[in-house]
Design a protein around this ligand. Structure first.
Ligand SMILES: Nc1ncnc2c1ncn2[C@@H]1O[C@H](COP(=O)(O)OP(=O)(O)OP(=O)(O)O)[C@@H](O)[C@H]1O
Length: 500
């Protein structure tokens, strides 16, 4: 009998189907790997089991009995503990308090410090020698490094002593020695008969520690296999599913790959926080895609090229001349444009009109010359129209537009004076399908007119359909360059998941 069985778990957030059919059968004494690309529904499934997300439907059977996991406390009472990917720590509390939260031992109205230290100490000791400098029972969590915080979250999950433990990407910030220690602990817990779910994007880890693997794709469980009976290639194949046909992929590839087109941007041995040894060329008219899992250095490279994040080594050439990305103003003057999908941080100027939102880059490039609103409107109109922006007039507040149309205004601002190189940093995050289609139609048109474009997208389909060439990032480095017929989802995933 399975220790825990989830069938048909479903969860939608408005129009977003986070999980359409999640199934998982977990045995006592096993490490069960859950794998799937970004956004496939892994965390949602875990959170349903841990009671922190209420499913729209689905059945949970624990030790043969149907249960309803009403909330996190109910999960704990049922014997289910979880490590949260986004961590669940109280930043201003100490390591030992966090390990024991929410059940701090009390001595009357006071926290019983002795009992607390004793209990937390057992879990802290498990990582002795690998937790690193500054890690201490009485250290505040906000003073710790990312890997150390992840260790505290692991200790907190272990401290539940739950028979079912769920680890949602517990190793993403850990170093080799910390991962090895964690795996030793998991192996011991297996011998005690605990049932564990383990999520990781590292194929080597999955094959090192997993007993069984269940694959999610687009919100559904698509298969399950014993690790001993499968291979990394087979797992990637399950994640990928049917390969979309290449006929739909970037149509102008042959044109853009023509070596005679001049180089627009050339990057050599570039390094900075989050990336190292990055080198590539982009020709005029080419769309170069940056692929891989989230946060593998793609955005960091784009921000660094735009002078918005530090560069510690390497060199850059723009239109054949040396270029040092000092700050965004210098980047704009040098002919670079940068569009991020993170509108909150990099885009919309709230409380201002549409015209004020569409013209700031024009002013930055040309100086604050006097220009009448009608002249500015005339300048802005072609770019705004090219994106099929729906708006009532330039003098209306930006807030009157839908999210997708706000994003179009942010993009249009870069196109009034044509940049030589357009850096797109996950530009369609959070916008609807038709706005995405409008944006990519324009991006392809701009490339056809000779603009060089570097595109990072967290959506693989978008990347495959629009890039002439794809560089796959993994652990801050470029692992593979995919050209022509190599631009398949399989190759993309294989390089993204291989050991970094
Ligand atoms: N609270 C939420 N509100 C709206 N959408 C959500 C919410 N939580 C998740 N989603 C969406 O549901 C989908 C599945 O998300 P989920 O976090 O379960 O995926 P995942 O497989 O764990 O991804 P990752 O590998 O990136 O952690 C994604 O498209 C995500 O954006």
């Amino acid at each position: 009998m399975a220790k825990l069985k989830i069938s048909g778990a479903r969860k939608a957030y408005g129009a977003t189907m986070a999980l359409s059919r999640g199934d998982l059968e977990l045995q006592a004494g096993e490490v069960h790997v859950l794998i799937g690309s970004n956004g496939s529904g892994k965390s949602t499934l875990c959170k349903i089991v841990a009671g922190s997300v209420k499913p729209d439907s689905g059945d949970v059977v624990l030790d043969g009995k149907a249960v309803t996991v009403e909330g996190p406390r109910a999960a704990k009472a049922l014997g289910i503990g979880i490590f949260y990917q986004e961590l669940s720590l109280a930043a201003r509390r100490t390591v030992e308090e966090n390990i024991c939260l929410p059940d701090l031992s009390m001595n009357g109205p006071f926290v019983d410090r002795t009992a607390l230290s004793e209990r937390a100490g057992r879990y802290i000791a498990l990582f002795e020698g690998v937790a690193g400098e500054g890690f201490a029972a009485d250290a505040r969590v906000d003073a710790l490094r990312a890997d150390q915080r992840q260790l505290v979250e692991i200790m907190k999950a272990l401290a539940t002593e739950a028979p079912v433990l769920i680890f949602d990407e517990p190793t993403s910030a850990l170093d080799r020695a910390q991962v090895d220690r964690f795996f030793e602990i998991l192996r011991r817990l297996k011998t005690e008969g605990r049932a564990m779910v383990f999520i990781s994007h590292r194929m080597d880890e999955i094959f090192a520690i997993g007993d069984r693997v269940t694959v999610l794709r687009d919100g559904r469980t698509v298969g399950s296999s014993r690790i001993a009976d499968t291979s990394p290639q087979e797992v990637v194949r399950m994640m990928v599913g049917e390969e979309p046909s290449l006929a739909a992929a970037a149509p102008q590839a042959s044109v853009a790959n023509e070596a005679k087109r001049p180089l627009a941007l050339s990057v050599s041995a570039l390094a900075g926080p989050g990336f190292t040894d990055v080198a590539f060329d982009v020709r005029q008219g080419e769309i170069l895609g940056l692929g891989g899992l989230h946060g593998q250095g793609q955005s960091a490279v784009l921000r660094a090229l735009f002078g918005a994040a530090p560069v510690t080594a390497g060199s850059v050439t723009l239109d054949g001349a040396a270029y040092r990305p000092a700050n965004p103003r210098a980047a704009i003057r040098a002919g670079l444009a940068y569009v991020s999908g993170d509108r909150g941080r990099d885009g919309v100027i709230h409380g201002r009109t549409i015209l004020e939102n569409v013209t700031p880059i024009h002013f930055l490039r040309n100086g604050l010359k006097l220009a009448s609103p009608s002249a500015l409107r005339a300048k802005a109109t072609p770019a705004v129209d090219a994106l099929k922006t729906k708006f009532a007039g330039f003098s209306h507040p930006i807030g009157s537009l839908s999210g997708g149309n706000q994003q179009k205004i942010v993009i249009a601002r870069w196109l009034i004076d044509r940049p030589g190189v357009l850096l797109l940093d996950d530009p369609t995050k959070g916008i609807d399908l038709s706005a995405k289609a409008d944006l990519f139609a324009l991006v392809r048109k701009l490339a056809a007119e000779g603009m060089a474009i570097v595109l990072y997208s967290s959506e693989d389909a978008e990347l495959l359909a629009n890039s002439d060439r794809i560089l796959v990032f993994n652990g801050g480095r470029i692992r593979r360059s995919l050209q022509g017929a190599e631009r398949t989802r399989f190759n993309l995933y294989e390089a993204a998941y291989e050991a970094a």
